[in-house]
Design a protein around this ligand. Structure first.
Ligand code: URA
Length: 206
């Protein structure tokens, strides 16, 4: 893969910056397409930009982002080694949950990022991005258990912000994170799952 794909990714991110497909762009300062190496092996997918992300146009730069950076350091990685994005690219008002039509409108951007970047592993952070690969699952039951869908290994984790609100999640998240290097080193041993996830209009989010 060469420069062509990189250019396509940049063009996609420009489209995201101009996006008005749902109500979320109103009142925001910046869209947050995501960032990282255009051919990263690992992609982290969170929920939606928060205050600091909206201010800077960059993903995970607030308190949850600091925790994510320390988690990355625990496996000898930095944010420059991985691609980081969200299921929703504009900040919902007052950080409310994204709504189904907003997730639906934004989903093609994430799908295209995955197509272009071709990560080997996607770490889902929180229940919204978990829905990329699990149907009606409960994150408390499936976190830390990888599954392969369409040749990509998905690894579901609690959202790092959970640890900031409820400290008991911190060690669970830290332990799950430490599994990432061994999974990456042996992607072939992860079982293929049955479903690539429901159409977004069938998501049972509420
Ligand atoms: N939380 C997210 O889900 N994404 C961000 O970019 C920041 C905080």
């Amino acid at each position: 893969m060469g420069e062509y794909t990189v250019t396509e990714l940049e063009e996609l991110h420009e489209q995201i910056r101009r996006c008005q497909k749902c109500r979320l762009y109103r009142g925001t300062t910046h869209a947050v397409p995501g960032e990282g190496p255009p051919h990263a092996d690992i992609m982290f997918v969170g929920e939606a930009p928060g205050f600091h992300e909206d201010q800077q146009g960059r993903p995970f730069v607030g308190a949850a982002g600091q925790f994510l950076e320390s988690l990355l350091a625990s496996i000898n990685l930095s944010r420059n080694d991985v691609f980081i994005t969200n299921v929703v690219k504009h900040r919902p008002p007052n950080n409310r949950d994204p709504q189904v039509d907003e997730l639906q409108a934004c989903r093609p951007y994430l799908d295209r990022q995955i197509e272009l970047i071709k990560p080997k592993m996607i770490v889902t952070l929180g229940r919204f991005s978990m829905e990329l690969a699990w149907v009606d699952a409960r994150i408390s039951r499936i976190h830390g258990q990888p599954k392969k869908v369409g040749g990509i290994v998905y690894f579901p984790m609690f959202h790092p912000a959970a640890a900031l609100h409820q400290p008991r999640y911190r060690s669970l998240i830290e332990q799950d994170f430490l599994k990432i290097p061994e999974i990456l080193a042996d992607l072939g041993s992860v079982d293929e799952g049955e479903s690539s996830g429901p159409p977004v209009e069938q998501l049972s989010l509420f």
